[in-house]
Design a protein around this ligand. Structure first.
Ligand code: SIN
Ligand code: MN
Length: 273
């Protein structure tokens, strides 16, 4: 047993659990010093904010950067993921969300699983996000908003916002970009969010750098923009059960967004970072 009974129960009831201070300040520093080079690389893996200057996200870094590869296989993430999903896991997605000081834009209200089901053919919501805070997350710098318990609604089958995105997108933008911009392809409308908040309430995550948030693929979540002078960098590693691999889809998204390497992850040593 890796998580306590209480932590497992919290995850089951609320759809998320916060694990404070899993990584030391030294380990966090080792990761943060890698960021300027990663953010400076002009590749399709990097998504910019709407204004075209500030880095919003970078994908698939665990395949190219040794430190982030170690993080993706770290026992602090992999063991709870295996415990909650009840099986071995593989790395499905890896992204760094920068949410830069003064510039980081919103993430609309959404569930993650609908993207993975509709775009990638994932059969069941047997995936988990491990969000690692590389900065403190507070009330000012665009914290994650969560509707606790909303994972119990299952996948809410919202209509894809193709039209809106098509009219606003630049013609050279790839189709998959609408899963990562401020205007999401499968966002919940205001009435849906209001009803869910009435039913379950809402909360925001406040925690120090080095903490880890585990959250369910059907939890409804969002985040506001960051107009504070504080960066809010997070890494999100998504683990999928090896019993839940993707079915064939007509237009598979690039490998750096959705891995089709179903090799189970063997957790490394605690001291790997
Ligand atoms: C996400 O929904 O995957 C990211 C939200 C955030 O970084 O605030
Ligand atoms: Mn999300």
């Amino acid at each position: 047993m890796y998580l306590t009974q209480e932590q497992l129960q919290t995850y089951e009831d609320n759809g998320f659990v916060l694990l404070p201070e899993c990584f030391s300040q030294e380990e966090i520093h080792k990761m943060k010093v890698e960021l300027p080079v990663i953010f400076s690389q002009d590749t399709p893996k990097r998504v910019l904010e709407e204004e075209g200057k500030t880095v919003r996200s970078v994908h698939g870094v665990h395949n190219t950067n040794e430190i982030f590869q170690s993080l993706s296989r770290h026992p602090q993430l992999v063991k709870p993921a295996m415990e909650i999903l009840g099986s071995k896991v593989y790395i499905y997605q890896f992204k760094i969300n920068a949410k830069a000081a003064f510039s980081g834009d919103i993430w609309e209200w959404h569930q993650d699983y609908i993207f993975w089901r509709k775009e990638d053919g994932v059969p069941k919501p047997q995936l988990i996000n491990a969000l690692v805070l590389l900065d403190d997350m507070n009330e000012f710098n665009g914290p994650l908003f969560i509707i606790p318990g909303s994972h119990k609604e299952g996948m809410i089958d919202v209509v894809a916002q193709e039209k809106r995105n098509q009219s606003q997108a630049k013609t050279k933008d790839p189709e998959w970009l609408s899963s990562f911009t401020a205007k999401l392809k499968y966002s919940l409308n205001r009435d849906m969010v209001a009803d869910l908040v009435l039913k379950y309430g809402m909360t925001s995550i406040k925690a120090s750098a080095g903490s880890v948030l585990l959250f369910h693929s059907n939890i409804v979540h969002a985040s506001p923009s960051n107009i504070s002078p504080f960066d809010r960098v997070v890494v999100i590693v998504t683990y999928n059960s090896i019993e839940n691999i993707c079915l064939p889809v007509p237009n598979p998204r690039p490998e750096f967004l959705v891995s089709r390497d179903y090799q189970p992850v063997d957790p490394l040593l605690e001291s790997i970072l």
